[in-house]
Design a binder for this molecule. Structure first.
Ligand code: TXA
Ligand code: MG
Length: 352
């Protein structure tokens, strides 16, 4: 586990190894201080950041994304940032998860301190906190925090328009917003999907969003499995059906077991070009079929997650009429990928 308390100078040096200079970090921090927005890389996805304690900056985030103002955003803390500043109290379970997983892809939902403006949590009495591990994010958060006496936090949802696929490169962010948003380019995000979210504000741990940190990882630290929003055990395989449409590409997408994909592939209309995303081990004859744009999906869940959003964006440009994706096993190692694929497909089921 990396040291969460490395000095700011080290963070700036580490950021320059990712192609972002100390001067660029200082300028970006000054923009945040002035209430402007800055998109920055994290290990999960790129974030669209603004000063978490400035309601005007938070309103700018909502406006840029086209997101409803009652949706809470996650507050990102510097490596040496103090979570106590943001919360009414820090439960022992929160400290355990922080010690185990920060900096890293885990967001905690806690009771918000009265001094923190409600805008950042969409008016709710809670706040989402995360300390990212990406060196560029850390350098930016360090520099901004320093401008605020060590307590600055950056509110940042994923840097995409509402409902669209999260960005995992700086180019994805530019594709979303054109030149209107200042972007720090720190290379491709390593995890590739958004952080795991655990709610500790209700007296028991609940998994709000699966991610790289798994329910088992959490259970090992807490000695108790996080519950799903419906009250069930989050270490059990997740049932689909409760998924809300989100994270969707523009091209119609369907997620089906391989034996249901095959009939669809067989009855393609003349001239129709279909993308097929499947693990190579299962694709069989369809990998080389005419009119099928075959994409060999990674066999490993972490690599699948890393490549997923970039793949969906690429397929939007691939001149195909439909995207068909092989349904993956309903096992715990695939829980986060299944969650995102299920949401992407749900966007089109909802349209009928
Ligand atoms: O990996 C990530 O978490 C990325 C990077 C940029 O850090 N951020 C991200 O933010 O995914 P966003 O806004 O796309 O997702 C934030 C989600 C909200 O939709 C909500 O579900 C949850 O986090 N959330 C944040 N604050 C909350 C709160 N106070 N109460 C309940 N849920 C909250
Ligand atoms: Mg998002």
């Amino acid at each position: 586990m990396p040291d969460r308390h490395q000095p700011a100078e080290d963070a700036a040096n580490a950021a320059s190894a990712f192609g972002v200079s100390a001067a660029q970090i200082e300028q970006a921090a000054a923009r945040l201080d002035a209430g402007e927005l800055v998109a920055f890389p994290t290990e999960t996805v790129y974030g669209l950041g603004g000063d978490a304690e400035n309601p005007d900056a938070v309103a700018r985030i909502y406006a840029a994304k086209g997101r409803p103002a009652n949706h809470p955003v996650i507050v990102h803390l510097a490596p040496h940032g103090d979570p106590n500043y943001w919360v009414e109290y820090l439960p022992a379970d929160a400290q355990r998860l922080i010690d185990a997983f920060w900096p890293g892809p885990l967001t905690l939902i806690l009771k918000r301190a009265a001094r923190i403006p409600a805008a950042v949590s969409g008016g709710q009495d809670s706040v989402g906190l995360r300390c990212p591990s990406h060196p560029v994010a850390q350098a930016l958060l360090d520099a901004f925090s320093a401008l605020r006496g060590g307590h600055g936090g950056v509110a940042a949802p994923s840097a995409n328009r509402f409902g669209h696929v999260s960005p995992t490169t700086a180019q994805h962010v530019r594709d979303e917003f054109g030149g209107t948003i200042h972007v720090l380019d720190g290379g491709a995000s390593d995890v590739g999907i958004e952080s795991t979210i655990v709610d500790l504000s209700r007296g028991f741990p609940a998994l709000l969003r699966p991610g790289r940190v798994t329910p088992q990882d959490i259970a090992e630290v807490l000695g108790e499995a996080p519950r799903l929003p419906d009250g069930s055990d989050a270490t059990a395989p997740r049932a689909s059906g409760t998924l809300k449409a989100h994270y969707a590409p523009r091209t119609p997408l369907a997620l089906l077991p391989f034996d249901e994909l095959e009939p669809l592939l067989a009855v393609r209309e003349a001239g129709e070009r279909v993308a097929l995303v499947a693990r190579a081990s299962r694709a069989g004859q369809w990998a080389d079929a005419d009119g099928v744009h075959f994409v060999a999906a990674p066999e490993d869940p972490h690599i699948y997650a890393r490549e997923l959003y970039g793949l969906l964006r690429a397929l939007d440009r691939a001149n195909v009429t439909r995207i068909l994706i092989e349904k993956l096993p309903e096992t715990i190692e695939w829980i986060a990928v299944n969650d995102r694929l299920g949401r992407a497909a749900a966007a089109f089921e909802a349209q009928g």
